[in-house]
Write a protein that binds this ligand. Structure first.
Ligand SMILES: Nc1ncnc2c1ncn2[C@@H]1O[C@H](COP(=O)(O)OP(=O)(O)OP(=O)(O)O)[C@@H](O)[C@H]1O
Length: 294
């Protein structure tokens, strides 16, 4: 059983993801232990915890990369098969902690690869390149371009992926994942290695993805990002779910502070800091005015 569910919220009525009792053992090591998690339509849910807590392993159980030792994972009420391409087809897409683009393909080609689960044209049609195939190809390209516009990469459509700056490679991974038209997007450390502006842009992009109707489950170590972004946050520690709740509940939970957050999260500046800034500004204005009159 999970250690605490008192702070968790009731599952949303239109549950997109429902993971129940997910356990993953590697030999003698239990990486994930009896974890329940739901994601509702229109929700952004965060998954946080110390290094080695089992977050990525849990993602791998959700996406069919691993067959959980125990437990089930359902998407929109249907138990998912343990095959990653079937999970993608069902409606779950993901990005990886380490960027996994096709480095020598163009930006557009990378997105088109992500589109193939949604195209019905078979090998024969592709070889014959008949009108039906060409129409499907055009539609795929239109959709890929829409996604490049959406992620701000349209101007780079013909650039080779490996030549993009790091932040744009991460965006491209998201565009490629969105190409399968997922109902749920899983993001594994989307802001790792980003500067503050790139992190802010990623936050806006995730909100926009949610606003377009895709629910999001995100692993991240950047707590400011997580607490600004998420409707709900679950904390994994040593493979178990320790706490789940709103950002405010999780930030204030003594056990989370002890096991992971350490000192309380510093979000917006406090009253004292604001007063200091105002005093400094007043001081510098007074000096400037003094200079002007001198
Ligand atoms: N394929 C595997 N075989 C054996 N052990 C594994 C495997 N994958 C993960 N583990 C172990 O499972 C535990 C959980 O690892 P996992 O990568 O899921 O943690 P995490 O919370 O994602 O960590 P981080 O924040 O550092 O990415 C670790 O002890 C890890 O060494």
């Amino acid at each position: 059983m999970t250690t605490d569910t008192t702070t968790s919220q009731a599952p949303a009525r239109d549950t997109v993801l429902d993971a129940t009792g997910v356990t993953m053992r590697f030999g003698g090591l239990t990486a994930v232990s009896d974890v329940d998690l739901t994601v509702g339509g229109g929700e952004i849910v965060g998954l946080i915890g110390p290094n080695g807590a089992g977050k990525t392993t849990f993602f791998n159980c959700l996406t069919g990369l691993y067959i959980p030792t125990e437990g089930t994972v359902s998407y929109r009420g249907k138990v998912l098969p343990h095959r990653s391409h079937l999970v993608t087809q069902a409606g779950i897409a993901r990005t990886f902690q380490n960027i996994r683009l096709f480095p020598n393909m163009t930006v557009l080609e990378n997105v088109l690869v992500g589109r193939h689960t949604r195209t019905k044209e078979g090998l024969v049609a592709a070889l014959l390149r008949g009108p039906r195939f060409k129409k499907a190809e055009r539609e795929s390209e239109d959709r890929a371009m829409e996604l490049l516009e959406f992620t701000g990469l349209a101007a780079k459509r013909d650039h080779i992926a490996r030549n993009l700056p790091y932040g744009e490679q991460r965006k491209l991974e998201i565009a490629r994942a969105l190409a399968s038209d997922p109902g749920l997007l899983l993001l594994d450390e989307p802001t790792a290695g980003m500067n503050p502006q790139e992190t802010r842009a990623t936050q806006d992009l995730v909100f926009a993805i949610r606003d377009q109707g895709t629910a999001v489950l995100v692993i991240e170590h950047d707590m400011r990002f997580i607490f600004n972004l998420c409707d709900r946050v679950a904390v994994l520690v040593q493979g178990r779910k320790l706490v789940e709740g709103t950002p405010a509940v999780v930030q204030g939970d003594e056990r989370v502070i002890a096991a992971y957050l350490g000192t309380p999260f510093e979000g917006e500046p406090g009253e004292e800091e604001l007063a200091e800034v105002e005093a400094a500004e007043a001081h510098s204005t007074a000096r400037t005015e003094g200079d002007d009159t001198a």
